[in-house]
Design a protein around this ligand. Structure first.
Ligand code: ZN
Length: 82
């Protein structure tokens, strides 16, 4: 990838530039009907809130067919930052 040109330090433009660089990372929060624990994992295509996830097991009690998606959220990560 080409190096970004050095722009003069104008904060507004710098902020905009930084936002453009961020990558959206989606997560789904799953709640277990068995142990009542919830945990998040990477969003998978087809996920939606209130969906019953039958092919995955609970991260806490390892029981299958007990998970429901209760929340989907996204976070913005900087791919250049390790
Ligand atoms: Zn569980």
């Amino acid at each position: 990838m080409a190096e970004e040109p050095q722009l003069p330090a104008i904060p507004a433009i710098m902020d905009w530039d930084r936002k453009k660089r961020f990558v959206e990372k989606k997560h789904s929060v799953l709640k277990c009907g068995n142990c009542k624990e919830d945990f998040s994992r990477i969003f998978k295509p087809g996920d939606f809130v209130f969906k019953k996830v039958e092919d995955e097991e609970c991260e806490k009690c390892h029981r299958k067919k007990s998970l429901t998606i209760v929340e989907i959220y996204s976070e913005w990560i900087d791919p250049k930052k390790k």
